[in-house]
Design a protein. Structure first.
Lengths: 259, 434, 321
């Protein structure tokens, strides 16, 4: 059973078809990458997957249940987490708090529990705090725990965003250009992290990425989009040699110039 | 080893301020000193019992004693208290959740009118039954009820309004505030519910006969006036205590975090599983509940309500408190309330007196190119009535120079002990914290 | 009775049209600023008020010297346009621009600033008028010639001043249409409204254009103020608040950001309000009367925002992630 099934997904904005009849499936435990030139519709696809846009046609199934048409918060509660291309942290909150907020759907007590400070609240908060600490250590943010998120350096912010997504205890994690702006050492660490997430936490990952080396080296499977359409799918080895893919990136006629 | 210095300093300051206020009960600066010490009790870390005792002593012994020599003090501090509760309420809506509500006075009005109508003869205009309902026990019942009606009204208004984006929400709440006022002003026909612009009076208060004996025993003037001053003072204090407690608890819970999350980034918040509708409604309803209960108390204290009490100026005044004090910060909201109340009741009045004095002595201000003879000052100029200008200026200056307020919000930092506690909890699992 | 109601209809419509002219002029200021900045300029209602007050002062000082009532009215319009336009520009420069340059995405801050400016101006004008003239409830003096009525078919009658107001409105609308569609400034404003970053990359100075937009919007608001004074004569420093909200409603009704929408919305709202105010009394048998007509505009606003936020002529927009 595929974890995520995208069937004939189409999303239009006025006259522009951003995502055009795209279909593919992601198996549990895969590291799946979505690549394509700028404007190919990758982030739009993410946004449609996570409920920010309603698809115009087609559907999305997550663990065999329909995901398309649900509101973003319900999708998140089903176990689909994401990071954003332009980092969207809760700037005024500390790193620690961002990790507490990320666990929101898992912290179960009601309004009156909060006001009356019941045992249910203290237990739930303690568990959440423990999880937050665990994530701090896992992502190497422990010494920045009390810093405000907006004061963090860029690399730490990216890590916090991933940590916050992990706080949701997702089965599927969507990463939107996680390697953007990273130096070679950081990208190596990122690759290690992605593999660890898959191996240690049983998370399936779907990435949008431009950094070709990262994509080729860690992906189990790749889908290539261009102008909203899927033009290729396969393993890294298969995809890198497909002419259409090369043309999409380097333009028509690039092939002729190759030695 | 935590330093003992802050608490010692606080203690000394408390004694000094108390002495000052008791010696000069009419001196504003002495009151400010006492308020400053109270604020210190909220800010100093650790030594909870000591801080508690100092605060209690100031609130329940020093201020009341000074108040018996200067009854205006009770009025001032009680009003500050009412403002403070509303400020805390609006702080949740605007400061924490980032929802600009410009019609906050409407909830205050609804709470006040609810008791006003049933606690006076007004209700007999449209209902059968014996009215006014007597102060005991109905005032207390209605005050408790006001919390619920406040929350309900907040939810009702919030359901349509909170779907709107920030700017539009502001305009709609602005309009809503006006609608409530205009309705109150005109609902004297076809059925007379609010008695229109004349307002409703007299409004029942709970009896304080039981206070007269102790007052006499303390050697004080055992008049109902003093008794009521003290009664409302303590009542407002008690309600504020509860409001602050609720605020602190909510702030440190998933609800407070959700509020700040939607203020910071709605899209990211939704991606974390936070429901915008629920979260916004909760903020709105909570703020409205605080305002409602204070409205009921206000009605009983003032004995009179009219639509003119619940204007846009009121809403903006409370907003100024939140902005001045610090958006999202509980202590900030309290400081803002105290500052604005002082401004309103003391500073502006003094400035007004000052201008009158200038007029009477025919003072001429000569700036070279322009000179102005204050004797010509029309008697229409009264700074006490220029709150709009002052609050407008406060809002603009704060936004330009210090948008986070006098006391910026302080988010959840890791305390020293928390790391270890959490690690133990993580390892121990169901054993719980050490 | 319904015959009497029908008889009233033409004059009520005319009255609504006149009110609508005022709303349209104010609404243009809201919509133009919203178009380029995405911000509701709460203080625009006070720009309108300042225009009205400026007009009164013109009447006070020039009145004894000028005989021709139309010339006098024009002078008032011009002075008000300058002062209100200047005030709007000053607001942008001193209050909004520093916040814009700071670059924070917090939407509350500009809103709260605008409210602060609005409140400040109300009392500030009150203070100035109080110091200067000892009173702040002022009247536009009635002029026999302007008040003179002409009879029209269908039982209507119209005063000269009303004709004047309509003429000014029409002239302004044509002028604005010309500006927006045929001048470089107009094109630049439209470019900035559509896509500020790209416009600035194309060599347009966004600061300058925004300042000019505030100027034009403010000037129109000032003109509206004088028109208001001519039509309804009594003004005071608080006269901007309610028409401001209604004009904003009109701008939303027509489609916020759309200039033609503001014009249309203003006229439509003025008509609905006057119709509603007049007929509500009859329809509810005296239970609800004229006092509730202000709430009518507000109800329209809420319904619009909930069910058709793009108004009559606007388009829906989404937020880019």
């Amino acid at each position: 059973m595929a974890l995520l099934e995208i069937q004939n997904l189409t999303k239009r904005f006025g006259g522009l078809v951003a995502v055009n009849d795209v279909s593919f499936s992601v198996e549990p435990g895969q590291i799946f990458s979505l690549i394509g030139p700028n404007g190919a519709g990758k982030t739009t696809l993410f946004n449609t997957l996570t409920g920010m846009y309603r698809p115009d046609s087609g559907r999305v199934l997550f663990r065999d249940k329909r995901l398309s048409g649900l509101a973003p918060e319900r999708i998140a509660r089903r176990g689909v987490a994401r990071t954003f291309q332009n980092i969207r942290l809760f700037g005024a909150m500390t790193v620690y708090e961002n990790l507490l907020v990320g666990q929101h759907p898992h912290i179960r007590y009601n309004y009156f529990d909060a006001i009356l400070h019941t045992r249910r609240l203290t237990h739930a908060e303690e568990r959440a705090e423990a999880r937050a600490h665990e994530l701090l250590d896992y992502m190497g943010l422990a010494d920045r725990a009390s810093d405000l998120a907006r004061n963090l350096p860029y690399g730490a912010q990216r890590r916090l965003e991933i940590a916050r997504a992990l706080a949701l205890r997702p089965k599927l994690l969507l990463l939107d250009e996680p390697a953007a702006g990273m130096n070679p050492q950081e990208t190596d660490e990122l690759k290690v992290l992605i593999r660890r997430l898959r191996d240690e936490r049983e998370i399936t990952l779907l990435l949008i990425e431009h950094h070709m080396r990262v994509v080729m080296e860690i992906s189990d499977r790749i889908v290539v989009l261009d102008y909203g359409k899927k033009i290729a799918e396969g393993t890294p080895a298969e995809v890198r040699n497909i002419p259409a893919v090369i043309e999409a990136y380097l333009g028509k006629g690039a092939l002729e110039k190759q030695p | 080893m935590t330093s003992r210095r802050p608490i010692v300093l606080l203690g000394i300051a408390a004694v000094a301020a108390s002495a000052a206020l008791l010696a000069w009960p009419r001196a504003t600066w002495a009151l400010i000193a006492v308020l400053g010490v109270l604020f210190g009790c909220l800010s100093v870390r650790d030594y909870k019992p000591a801080r508690f005792v100092i605060a209690l002593a100031l609130l329940l012994v020093v201020i009341p004693t000074a108040g018996t020599h200067n009854t205006f003090l009770f009025e001032l501090v009680t009003t500050m208290g009412i403002f403070a509760a509303m400020s805390l309420g609006l702080n949740i809506v605007v400061g924490m959740a980032g929802l600009l509500d410009l019609g906050y006075a409407a909830f205050f009005a609804i709470g006040a009118y609810t008791w006003a109508i049933f606690g006076s003869g007004q209700a007999s205009e449209f209902m059968s039954g014996s009215f006014p309902l007597p102060g005991w026990p109905y005032f207390y019942i209605f005050s408790a009820l006001a919390v619920i009606t406040g929350a309900l009204t907040g939810t009702l208004i919030g359901l349509p309004a909170l779907r709107l984006r920030g700017d539009y929400l502001a305009v709609v709440t602005l309009g809503l505030g006006e609608v409530v006022r205009v309705t109150a002003n005109n609902l004297d026909h076809p059925i007379n519910i609010t008695n229109g612009p004349q307002g409703i009076t007299p409004i029942q208060r709970p009896p304080v006969g039981w206070l007269l004996k102790p007052l006499e025993w303390l050697g004080l003037d055992s008049s109902p006036a003093l008794a009521y001053s003290i009664f409302f003072y303590v009542l407002v204090l008690a309600v504020i205590g509860v409001v602050v407690l609720v605020n602190v608890r909510l702030d440190r819970s998933r609800f407070g975090r959700a509020w700040v999350a939607i203020r910071e980034d709605e899209i990211a918040a939704r991606a974390m599983g936070i429901s915008l509708t629920h979260t916004k409604l909760q903020a709105f309803a909570t703020g409205a509940a605080f305002s409602g209960v204070m409205g009921a108390i206000f009605a009983a204290k003032q004995l009179f309500v009219s639509p003119e009490t619940f204007t846009l100026l009121q809403s903006i005044t409370i907003l100024a408190m939140v902005i001045l004090g610090g958006m999202g910060s509980i202590r900030g909201a309290l400081v803002g309330a105290m500052a604005v109340a002082l401004l309103n009741l003391e500073v502006l009045k003094s400035f007004s007196d000052f201008l009158v004095h200038l007029r009477q002595t025919g003072f001429v201000l000569n700036l070279g190119i322009v000179s102005y003879n204050f004797a010509n000052l029309s008697d229409q100029i009264e700074p006490a009535k220029y709150e709009r200008m002052i609050f407008g200026l406060i809002l603009v200056l704060m936004m330009i120079f210090r948008p986070s307020g006098l006391i910026p919000e302080s988010r959840h930092r890791l305390e020293l002990g928390e790391r270890k506690k959490a690690r133990d909890a993580a390892k121990g699992g169901s054993h719980g914290a050490a | 009775m319904s015959e009497a109601l029908l008889e009233l209809l033409p004059s009520v419509l005319l009255e609504g049209l006149l009110l609508g002219c005022v709303y349209a002029m104010i609404a243009l200021g809201y919509t133009m600023v919203y178009g380029v900045l995405g911000l509701i300029n709460f203080a625009h209602s006070e720009v309108f008020m300042v225009g009205a007050v400026a007009g009164v002062e013109v009447y006070r000082y020039l009145g004894p010297h000028v005989d021709n009532p139309y010339l006098l009215a024009l002078a008032a319009l011009v002075v008000a346009a300058f002062i209100s336009g200047g005030l709007a520009m000053a607001m942008e420069r001193l209050a909004y621009r520093p916040l814009r340059k700071r670059g924070s995405t917090n939407r509350l801050v500009p809103l709260i600033t605008a409210i602060g400016v609005s409140f400040f101006l109300q009392d500030f004008v009150r203070l100035i008028e109080g110091l200067w003239h000892g009173e702040f409830y002022m009247n536009y003096p009635a002029d026999a010639h302007l008040e003179a009525m002409h009879d029209l078919p269908l039982g209507m009658s119209i005063q000269n001043k009303s004709i004047f107001v309509i003429a000014v409105t029409v002239a302004m609308m044509f002028a604005l249409d010309h500006l927006v569609r045929r001048t470089r400034l107009g094109k630049a404003i439209r470019a900035v409204a559509q896509d500020l970053p790209t416009a600035s990359l194309m060599g347009i100075d966004p600061d300058k254009i925004i300042a000019r937009t505030f100027l034009i919007g403010g000037a129109l608001g000032g003109i509206a103020g004088v028109m208001f004074g001519l039509l309804y004569s009594q003004i005071n420093p608080f006269v901007g608040f309610v028409p401001g909200i209604k004009a904003f409603t009109a701008a939303v009704l027509g489609g916020i950001g759309n200039i033609y929408g503001a014009m249309l919305g203003g006229l439509v709202l003025g008509t609905i309000e006057t119709l509603g105010g007049t007929y509500l009394f009859f329809l509810t048998d005296g239970a609800l009367g004229n006092e509730y007509k202000d709430i009518l505009a507000f109800i329209i606003l809420v319904l619009l925002l909930l069910f058709r936020p793009q108004g009559l002529l606007g388009k829906t927009q989404g937020e880019k992630v």
